[in-house]
Design a protein around this ligand. Sequence first.
Ligand code: 13P
Ligand code: SF4
Length: 336
Amino acid sequence: MEKSSFYSEEEIKKEAKRLYEKLKKVKFSLDECYSFAALTLEINKLKKEKNAVILAHSYQTPDIIYGVADFVGDSLELSRQASETKAETIVFAGVKFMAETAKILSPKKTVLLPSLEAGCSLSESITGEDVRKLKAENPGVPVVCYVNTSAEVKAECNACCTSANALKVIESFKENKIIFLPDKLMAKNIQNKTKKKIIFWDGLCVVHKEFNVKQIEEIKEKYPGTKILVHTECNPSVVELADFSGGTSGMINYAKTNKAESFMMVTECGLSDRMKVELMQKKFVGTCELCPYMKKNTLELILQVLRKPEEKQIIEVKEEIRLKAKKAIDYMMEIK
Ligand code: 13P
Ligand code: SF4
């Protein structure tokens, strides 16, 4: 974008300063902020003109989260926002299954996904046909799917869940056997907390499967008193060492309310970046992993999709599939 043709030098400098106030906490320089200030100005202007909102998952990059997002949250919170927003257009700064969930809940709205490469290893591990086979092999067994699934998969399931409510959703069924898909590690973590027998699928999150016990032990030794917060998509051996395990919002709440000074966020790097910006007085230590899918969205793509989306960036879900998938999501939404 030719920034100077749209905005005065003064406007760009002011925007760069606004961005820098937030982003300096995650090591952005004022010059870097200046380099994309015209982009954030233009995106924020177009949002108003087009009655659009940008919903961003916590794993998005800080320039998106603090530059242009209207709402930042976990999968469950973003689904709720998608169904409640009055905006005509939702730009989903997240991955495809999230944008599809928004479309399922708000069929009349235009839902846009900036990057066509923003998939998810979990979502891509299973098809609707796979679920039909599983159901045929396990007649009468309810199927609970993690929200990280396609609309086609959700349409085959009795209920959907997120990392924030998986156990509650599973416990809400009277049956003693439940098929939980597609995350094998999350299924194992749930199995450790329920008396029900969990039948699982072989999906993995490419980010969370990478964490191991050694990394946690090293941090505990180097920074005694550090609270270990682990996403439930991690290996059970890692979850076992956690002071708290759950979804991203649960991890944020724990860090915000716990009196400890030092925390390790065992999850995607976006979450520790968010914490560094929002909880400056606390210390965040240890390693994190980048999600190759989440990081495909950029400010440039957000601007392009708002200006003139390509056909493939406009999320569509066939009505027959949408209605069935919505039932599974509604089941989850009704669980308090
Ligand atoms: P939550 O933010 O719902 O915990 O999900 C994490 C995730 O991996 C999303 O892709
Ligand atoms: Fe999928 Fe894992 Fe990336 Fe989330 S972090 S989008 S579960 S690959």
